[in-house]
Ligand binder design. Structure first.
Ligand code: URA
Length: 261
């Protein structure tokens, strides 16, 4: 693989900024093969370098993990036969040959979408056995009803007879027509079909978390960012739905409404 600057390599994989990395290097806190490096502009091979910051190893993944805040109007595919794909939204310097969207959002859905060239991770993430929780915010045509909470938690039966795993739902704090839903599976048009089965209709939908990875507020619709290793680990961590709603209800409700046409 092409060589990259040491400070770029470290900043992409840790919480440290480039200026903090420079300071740490000056203090001898950054090492390669155990020897302190004073200059951060040295070129290293990301596949093989053995770098540590403050005694902590910095991972050298061969793969790239991109989080996109998907806008409406793009299909989650690498093939544009059904319309413009999300691949168009990834800047060329972030795209790799084998990159693909790990998971699906409908063409008219928005929100958190992982793109990666790591097939093994994508497989682990999408595996039905793993049940990685995903949270969506939805705009409903009719007000949220409190009886949804029990109905969804018992496991809904969809119009075609298909049954769903128990799911949690909660009305957003400041609107009767906005709600959060947490799913542990990914059936075709699942959120829309679940609300249809209780007599409501999803007018718009945005995915706001994957596992414990929450869509960052600063990531505007249509923008993407490279994930750090700790973010990728968060994909596989359990999240607390109640806490999530308490913490993010106001911010996601506001952002969601701004982005609806
Ligand atoms: N459920 C849906 O109905 N649509 C999506 O895009 C994702 C989940």
């Amino acid at each position: 693989m092409a060589s990259v600057r040491l400070d770029k390599f470290i900043s992409e994989r840790t919480e440290y900024t480039r200026s903090q990395i420079k300071e740490l290097a000056a203090k001898g806190k950054i090492t390669i093969d155990g020897a302190p490096v004073k200059r951060c502009d040295v070129k290293i091979d990301p596949d093989t370098v053995n770098a540590e910051v403050c005694g902590r190893a910095v991972g050298n993944s061969r793969f790239r993990y991109i989080l996109l805040n998907k806008p409406q109007g793009y299909v989650c595919s690498t093939d544009d036969k059904d319309g413009e794909t999300v691949m168009k939204l990834i800047p060329e310097d972030m795209r790799t040959k084998g990159m693909f969207p790990a998971g699906r959002l409908d063409k008219d859905s928005m929100g958190a979408l992982l793109l990666t060239d790591d097939g093994e991770l994508a497989h682990r993430m999408l595996s039905p056995r793993r049940h990685i929780p995903k949270v969506y915010i939805v705009k409903l045509a009719r007000p949220f009803e409190n009886n949804y909470v029990n109905k969804f938690s018992e496991g809904l039966t969809l119009a075609d007879g298909e049954t769903c795993l128990p799911a949690r739902v909660k009305k957003a704090e400041n609107s009767d027509n906005l709600a959060f839903i947490e799913l542990h599976e990914g059936k075709y048009h699942q959120v829309k079909r679940m609300f249809a089965s209780v007599g409501n209709h999803v007018e718009a939908l945005m995915r706001v978390s994957l596992g414990a990875l929450v869509l960052p507020e600063k990531l505007a619709i249509g923008e993407c960012m490279e994930l750090l290793h700790k973010d990728v680990e968060n994909l596989f961590k359990e999240a607390d739905f109640e806490l999530f709603c308490r913490r993010f209800s106001a911010v996601f409700s506001a952002n969601f409404l701004i982005n609806l046409h």
